[in-house]
Write a protein that binds this ligand. Structure first.
Ligand code: DGJ
Length: 735
């Protein structure tokens, strides 16, 4: 059944005209991309409702006549921004206490306008509404990205009342959908177990995905989802899927409510959790951006839309990517001097890597950073470890042909630091209560402009340590809890959650204005900041502190549902793995890491010569097909959760002339089970030559042979990956 959702235009006896008021000429607000339409119904002084979100309707005009027949006693129609009041029984997108104590809000259509931006692919539509009694305005701003089939939206709430208005809930968007069933796919997890995938068939009532941690929000849930409509089965290639992702680095909430009319109402935005926001007279509040897409090509189609949008619009310099790198963390931890680092740089250069990143431990003198218990906040070079300074190391890397990167964690402070003693009022805490420590550190109060200046200054001064700094790894190793701000007034403490995230963005704005080209990685104890709010300023994320290849299969798979491979830092580390203790072959570790932005995270001195030879070859091969991983279309072939234990993925060039296929055996299956991979995304008419990489000699019957795309799609190929941790990487090139 298709989604047609419309306001009943029935009786007129209310003080405000509204969704139930007498029929005025209805106008359709047509927001669309190449393949997706969002259609709103608007009439003067009436509520604005959603008619349709889904596949493109090129001529929506006849829908002006559409009537849903819904009885007003059972609640209002599918409002585009439901409020408390208005006979709306669903969770409201907006809940406020007006200046005079009035708890209700009834938004009425005022006007709308659309314009195409300088980039002709992008159209913006603004829909203006006002409360029918109070001087409160809401503007919904929609941005349609034609080619990527993405529509993003946010709200601006403006207070023209005589006094302050208290905002209790202020979601970015509401989206009603109607289908036979709703299968929700979303991520959950924890540190070193990020981006695990849950599939839940939604039932009547409410399901929420949220974070109340403010920082490191995406270790656990991620503010993104897929909804398979009308089918109870998740499919990569078939069926109708709506996907959403919130661009917000603070607390978030996605609310899925199926009501008595079987409509699913999605609310997405900053979490109302403890976040009452007093909006002074004359002020306005802008919500985070919510990004939606729709596809009839299953989860894969929705992911590809999001990836395209992200690379073109959602990620800072999304058309670029970080080079291959050696990161010092798991190889040296806090224990290094200049000789340790220059030796690592030599080894990195010899293996063909393109950048060296100096991780934690390079700073602090009075409180030297020799472990995680001291020094955070004191950002001057540790003279005992690195008397030669950072420029010496950076210059050494550049001389060897490598770029240079360095780690900072500017939002945090150890109690054992000069900073903590100097500025106790900068710590997030409540007077008279303990400030709980996590990893022996506290959080700095980014709602405070002085702290914003400090954090900007940490970045700025670090960049001054050498003119050869190409990359910054920005870490954040704790959440916010027991929050309190010495900066915010007592009656605005609940602003902390919003103001912290906005303070973070203010700092990033300044950094990007001054340093547009430096590469910045968002790391938050691994994958704690994997979301499109941060990615507006960052080039990539550290996907997880778990570098173990088997665990990585699931972490990278989950991340790939919403985020492109170009942002996924994926590093090869030593065995036994420092997190899991697992031992996997070097080939398996490389074949897994090469499906993202490849790096290494180990002490090369601990590698055997054979391992180094293999690394050199695998890195050289990666450079040959890296453009596909970074910019190609992703096709997931099964999932690492499949019973078969075999899983594959491929990246296909936009012109379908080349592709790279990754295949893995994650579970021993016995000798009778030969996996088969039916390839996707290729041109059926084109002949492709298949070549296996990262091996000494051909292993499989199809290696070096040429096949039509049609055959590869229908019959597939069957690499004999029957042993645990077998893997294969195949390059396909059109003849
Ligand atoms: C957590 C990060 O995720 C690691 O990669 C490393 O940078 C450590 N912090 C350093 O303290």
């Amino acid at each position: 059944m298709k989604k047609l959702l419309f306001p009943g235009l029935l009786c007129a006896a209310l003080l405000c005209a509204g969704p139930l008021a007498a029929a005025e000429p209805v106008e359709i607000i047509d927001i669309h991309t190449d393949d997706v339409s969002l259609l709103l119904a608007a009439a003067p002084d009436q509520a604005v409702s959603v008619l349709h979100f889904g596949g493109r309707i090129t001529d929506p005009a006849p829908l002006k006549e559409y009537r849903s027949g819904r009885w007003p006693d059972y609640g209002t129609e599918n409002l585009i921004y439901p409020t408390m009041g208005e006979r709306n029984f669903r969770e409201p997108a907006l809940r406020v206490t007006h200046a005079d104590g009035d708890l209700n809000t009834e938004l009425r259509y005022v006007s709308h306008e659309s314009r195409t931006l300088a980039d002709a692919n992008v159209t913006q539509t603004v829909v203006r509404m006002s409360d029918c009694v109070q001087a409160l305005d809401v503007e919904l701003r929609f941005t349609a990205y034609a080619r990527e089939n993405v529509i993003s939206t946010h709200a601006v709430i403006r207070n023209r009342e005589k006094g302050p208005v208290m905002l209790h809930s202020f979601y970015s968007s509401a989206l009603p959908l109607e289908a036979e069933s709703y299968l929700l796919t979303h991520l959950y997890g924890a540190w070193t177990r990020e981006a695990q995938v849950d599939h839940t068939l939604l039932t009547h009532g409410t399901k929420s995905i949220q974070s109340t941690r403010e920082v490191r929000t995406t270790h656990t849930e991620n503010p993104a989802f897929l909804l398979t409509l009308g089918s109870r089965t998740f499919s990569e290639e078939y069926g109708e899927v709506v996907a959403g992702a919130l661009a917000w680095s603070g607390n978030f909430r996605l609310n899925f409510e199926i009501d008595d009319s079987d409509v699913l109402n999605i609310l997405a935005g900053a979490n109302p959790f403890g976040s009452e926001y007093r909006l002074a007279k004359g002020e306005s509040f802008t919500t985070p951006e919510m990004i939606y897409t729709h596809s009839y090509r299953g989860a894969g189609g929705a992911s590809r839309n999001l990836h395209d949008w992200a690379r073109n619009y959602g990620i800072w310099h999304g058309d670029t990517y970080a080079p291959t790198l050696l990161n010092s963390w798991e190889g040296a931890y806090f224990d290094f001097d200049a000789r340790t680092l220059t030796a690592m740089i030599d080894d990195a250069a010899a293996m063909g890597l393109e950048m060296f990143v100096l991780d934690d431990g390079w700073f602090g003198n009075k409180y030297p950073r020799n472990d995680s218990r001291a020094g955070l906040g004191d950002w001057e070079v540790n003279r005992a470890k690195l008397p030669e300074g950072i420029d010496y190391i950076a210059s050494y890397a550049h001389e060897k042909g490598l770029k240079f990167g360095i780690w900072i964690e500017p939002e945090m402070v150890n109690p054992n630091s000069e900073l903590a003693h100097k500025h106790p009022d900068w710590v997030v805490r409540t007077p008279k209560r303990d400030a709980p420590q996590t990893r022996t550190q506290w959080l700095l109060d980014l709602s405070n402009p002085a702290v914003q200046d400090f954090v900007f200054g940490v970045f700025d001064r670090t960049m001054q340590l050498s003119d050869k700094i190409d990359y910054i790894k920005w870490d954040a190793n704790r959440n916010a809890n027991n929050v309190g701000s010495a900066w915010l007034p007592a009656d605005e403490q609940s602003h902390f959650w919003i103001d912290y995230a906005q303070g973070f963005y203010k700092v990033m704005e300044r950094i990007r204005a001054k340093y547009p080209d430096v590469l910045i990685q968002a790391c938050a104890s691994g994958g704690g900041r994997v979301e499109y709010g941060a990615l507006r300023y960052f080039n990539e994320v550290w996907t997880s502190d778990n570098t173990e290849a088997l665990s990585r299969a699931r972490i990278q798979y989950g991340t790939s549902l919403f985020y492109p491979a170009s942002v996924m830092g994926s590093h090869v580390s030593i065995v036994p793995n420092h997190q899991s203790g697992n031992i996997t072959p070097i080939k398996f570790r490389f074949d897994m890491a090469c499906a993202g932005r490849l790096g290494m995270e180990l002490q090369p001195k601990q590698m055997t010569d054979q391992e180094k030879d293999f690394a050199r070859q695998a890195i050289a091969n990666y450079k040959e097909y890296r453009d596909l991983v970074m910019h190609g279309d992703l096709y997931r072939l099964g999932s690492p959760y499949d019973e078969s234990g075999c899983y594959g993925l491929m990246y296909v060039a936009k012109d379908r002339r080349r592709a790279v296929l990754f295949t893995y055996c994650l579970r021993y299956q016995g000798r009778t089970q030969i996996p088969k991979f039916r390839l996707q995304g290729l041109d059926p008419e084109t002949e492709y030559c298949i070549r296996e990489l990262n091996v000494d000699k051909p292993r499989f019957w199809f290696d070096g042979k040429t096949f039509r795309g049609e055959l590869l799609r229908e019959a597939g190929i069957n690499p004999q990956l029957s042993r645990l941790y077998d893997s294969g990487v195949f390059l396909l090139e059109a003849r």
